[in-house]
Design a protein around this ligand. Sequence first.
Ligand code: TEU
Length: 565
Amino acid sequence: MNRSWWKEAVVYQIYPKSFNDSDGDGVGDLRGIIEKLDYLADLGIDLVWLNPVYESPGADNGYDVSDYRAIDPQYGTMEDWEELLAGLHARDIRLVMDLVVNHTSDEHEWFEASRDPESPYHDYYFWCEGDPDEPPNGWRSFFGGPAWTYDQEVGKWYLHLFDEKQPDLNWENPAVREEVYDMMRFWFEKGIDGFRMDVINLISKPEGLLDRDGAGGHGTQQAVNGPRLHEYLREMHDRVISDYDAVTIGEMVDLSVEEAREFLGPDDTGIDTAFHFEHVQLDFGAGGRWDYEEWTLEELRETLTRWQVELDGIGWNTLYMSNHDQPRHLSRFGDDGTYHRESATMLATLLHTLQGTPFVYQGEEIGMTNYPFESLDEVRDVDTIRNVEIAQERGYVAEENVMELIRRRSRDNARTPMQWDGTANAGFTEGEPWIPVNPNYTEINVSAEMATPDSIWHYYRDLIDLRRAHDVLVYGHYELLLPNHPEVWAYTRTLDPEEGAGAPRVAVLLNFFDGSPTVRLPAEVAERSAELLIGNYPDAEDSLDECRLRPYEARVYALESATHR
Ligand code: TEU
């Protein structure tokens, strides 16, 4: 398998608004991140993905960009940003910026100019003629409600797949593409190491979208992997990305593994790796994200196993369960009460021992949990507010269950301030935080975690070190061992299987529940001599013959000649 620095990297995602506030205005900022550079270096991560810090009115916390080449004043200045980049690079940490080019803010100068039908900017967006009472088609916004808004002054509808303050760019217009490529070059020339590309597989809209009787009538789904997507991505690669040693991480809504094989295959689109959503949608009910159903180990294991096997040698996986759009994965897939430490470390073991690039979302490394929302006043996210109203209208959720649904689903669960220590506001700010701090900060915080030798934080650091020490954890092929075990997920990773029994190989055992199951591994694994590389309980036995696992126990064994690189 071809080696790449980004395959070997562990990524740390920073949501700047909630990371660290240096000036007491209640909002995190770039200088706040600079203060924490040594923290990042201590954790051992290789790459930071920074959510948008561009100038923005903030309707969607920076995913509504009004100037792609300016830093939003709430986060600081371009000089601060340059200092941050230099500080990261000085510590051998690379930086990936967010590329938000499916849409701009409605306050972007392009959109403002586009309101004039005579302006060359008019075609930068999807403006559609027609009856003010009837949207051009039935497309729905991801945030709920119609994807079209009628602009009285212009006398036309415009398309927005997200908030009405996020009009979609028209990629069919070559001028739009040139603008984007120029802007990308601007950031590459400043020295960044790649882009995470926001909803990048929505940029190509179906032909005839603006034609009322045209193809657009079949629903928003048509914006996913649209007809010219490959062409645009290829062009972006050839025109800009290929000039740099950069990583490209595509966020791809509704991507199947078959599609991923196409997009991520060598020499195809130039996208290196992608976020897919399959495993974070297993607990969606019939009504979608705002409807709930239990996830099962069977589904989770089957889903991620499929991605492991199908992409092996063809594409490269991202390994994540958390980000700024997902509830905290410890609360979702683990036990954030009794087995807080055990389940957080078990899930971390999964995310660092599959094939792919692990992404750690800020606070995950200390076991941050969902927020105990009690009232709508505590919610900030546009997506939550709008979608909850709609779920109620449609009868997916009764009034008395609204807060429970928000506690389970809201993106704000992941956006509460980073918990640094046990002082006021968790040490995040000296002012009033823009969103409430989780009251559990007195127990769950960086300072306590760093001071406790067997904490979640130390386990993350050990996992990161371990992955760096063992090529097999990065490049090894995945093989599922006990496909039907009701409580345990067990697999091996093998480097160069053609070397036979001498190939470096590790076995991973993960107990997903609070029982104490017995694991009988196939003889070819169980009979090998094994050395425990990492585990989340003390005194795990060295033998693989009939293991009994404790609640949420995780163990990683080197089998025979698993070599250090
Ligand atoms: O998210 C796109 C996306 O599809 C989701 O994860 C989204 O948050 C959810 O489905 C809402 O319906 C990206 C960004 O990560 C997200 O923060 C932005 O809000 C969104 O694009 C628009 O830019």
